[in-house]
Design a protein around this ligand. Structure first.
Ligand SMILES: Cc1cc2nc3c(=O)[nH]c(=O)nc-3n(C[C@H](O)[C@H](O)[C@H](O)COP(=O)(O)OP(=O)(O)OC[C@H]3O[C@@H](n4cnc5c(N)ncnc54)[C@H](O)[C@@H]3O)c2cc1C
Length: 397
């Protein structure tokens, strides 16, 4: 099968590619790396703002939010170009992809002006407060309370895994505003400025080591939040939760697919010349992963074609699960095949992760450990399998 785009789509690619040629930051000046997913060095802030101003930050958005009303296939070639050149659009991915996107979709004009646009232009850093100690996969079970008191909400409770919260200016927090309603119905979304009295952020390290501190516990002790910070309608937060995660989800497979290709190429180049280079067991696993990469691309294209025809594709869960698991498998294969060399900091070429400092993912072993993140965040593999079983295969709950 040969897939190709029409000439208008390819012209769009050329336009973006030319823009990148002209505007990509000078690598010599772009050396400072972020410490967390809500810390953005000055050079990256300037680049993100330029993307916004020129309508290349989120092409699907209208120009006032940094886009150009791009169609699905234009978005496809846009992400292909970003991936091909390893360009990071934003070092605050939850700000761009979830928090900013939610306010663009559900916020009022003032919230769009005061929060969405500054987040999209990297003038403000954002964190996402969904998960709690007892509410992750079962997010609707969240218990952080927000009681109405005059013109304010009074918020009490705890969030966890809040990426980048210690460097963020605001948190989009999902809170329970009606404890008596069925659990999906009593949730609201609030913008909480992190310098409000009663907000405590406690960063903690993840499995990849003490150098990488992006997660936070966030405690709210009678935090008073103005009513104007309610996003959308009272008790309608579940719709925002679902909407928030849907933004650009349709395009995430391109990143999984390109990331997988890149990791496979890097691994194969390191394997060459080692004792395992001709090992049939290793090569068999490589073959399986190459086939996975190809399946991912074809399924992704099928999903896009369905969307273009106005259908709601069921492939998204398959793509998320396959993409994240295959990346972790490449890293595991590298760890097994390279042995102690997988701990060698110099072996993986400079990796521009959006998540952290270079130190974080620079060894194959760290890449393997961090590979679990992809299979957990945004819905675990088990939850994706449940969705596939029910919605794709039609099995009973
Ligand atoms: C890198 C990373 C960044 C994150 N950033 C954020 C963030 O910024 N903000 C935020 O709010 N959250 C964030 N999270 C949290 C993430 O959303 C949760 O980890 C995820 O939703 C899973 O919830 P949990 O950790 O509570 O696990 P649980 O839901 O407790 O699940 C534990 C295990 O049980 C399995 N399980 C649960 N329910 C079922 C079921 N019904 N059927 C089968 N198996 C099931 C799960 O698959 C998992 O293996 C982040 C997570 C990661 C890894």
């Amino acid at each position: 099968m040969r897939l190709h785009n029409d000439s208008a789509t390819e012209a769009f690619r050329t336009e973006f590619s030319d823009w990148l040629d002209e505007n990509l930051p000078d690598p010599a000046e772009a050396t400072e790396r972020p410490h967390s997913s809500a810390d953005t060095p000055a050079w990256a802030r300037a680049f993100q703002a330029k993307m916004f101003d020129d309508g290349w930050l989120v092409p699907a958005y209208p120009p006032e939010f940094g886009g150009r009303n791009a169609g699905l296939f234009e978005q496809l070639v846009y992400f292909e170009e970003l991936g091909r050149r390893d360009v990071t659009r934003s070092f605050n991915p939850q700000g761009l992809g979830i928090v900013g996107a939610s306010i663009v979709s559900f916020g009022n004009d003032q919230q769009k002006r005061d929060y969405a646009i500054p987040i999209l232009r990297a003038e403000m850093m954002a964190a996402l407060g969904m998960s709690e100690p007892n509410a992750g996969s079962d997010l609707a079970g969240l218990t952080t309370r927000a009681a109405i008191d005059g013109d304010e909400f009074v918020v009490s409770g705890q969030k966890v895994w809040t990426s980048g919260a210690h460097d963020a200016d605001m948190i989009l927090a999902f809170v329970r505003t009606d404890p008596d309603a069925p659990k999906h119905k009593g949730i609201s979304a609030l913008i909480i400025d992190t310098d409000t009295p009663g907000v405590t952020r406690r960063p903690f390290a993840d499995i990849t080591g003490p150098d990488h501190t992006d997660f936070n516990e966030v405690f709210f002790d009678d935090v008073r939040v103005p009513r104007k910070n309610l996003v959308g309608e009272l008790n309608d937060g579940w719709r925002i939760c679902n909407g928030a995660l849907a933004h650009e989800r349709a395009m995430l497979w391109i990143m999984w697919s390109q990331g997988l290709d890149k990791m496979l190429r890097e691994f194969l180049s390191e394997l060459r010349g080692t004792a395992k280079a001709d090992d049939p067991v290793v090569l068999d696993k490589v073959g399986k992963l190459v086939a996975d990469a190809q399946s991912l691309r074809l399924l992704g294209n099928r999903q896009l074609a369905k969307q273009q025809r106005g259908l709601v594709p069921a492939e998204q869960s398959i793509l998320k699960m396959m993409g994240s698991e295959a990346q972790r498998e490449v890293a595991l294969l590298a760890v097994e095949a390279l042995g102690p060399a997988a701990l060698d900091q110099r072996r993986v070429p400079g990796h521009s992760s959006v998540f952290a400092s270079d130190k974080h993912v620079v060894t194959w072993f760290n890449r393997y450990l961090f590979g679990f993140a992809g299979t957990i965040s945004g819905g675990t593999s088990e939850i994706q399998r449940n969705i596939i079983a029910e919605r794709v295969l039609g099995l009973p709950r």
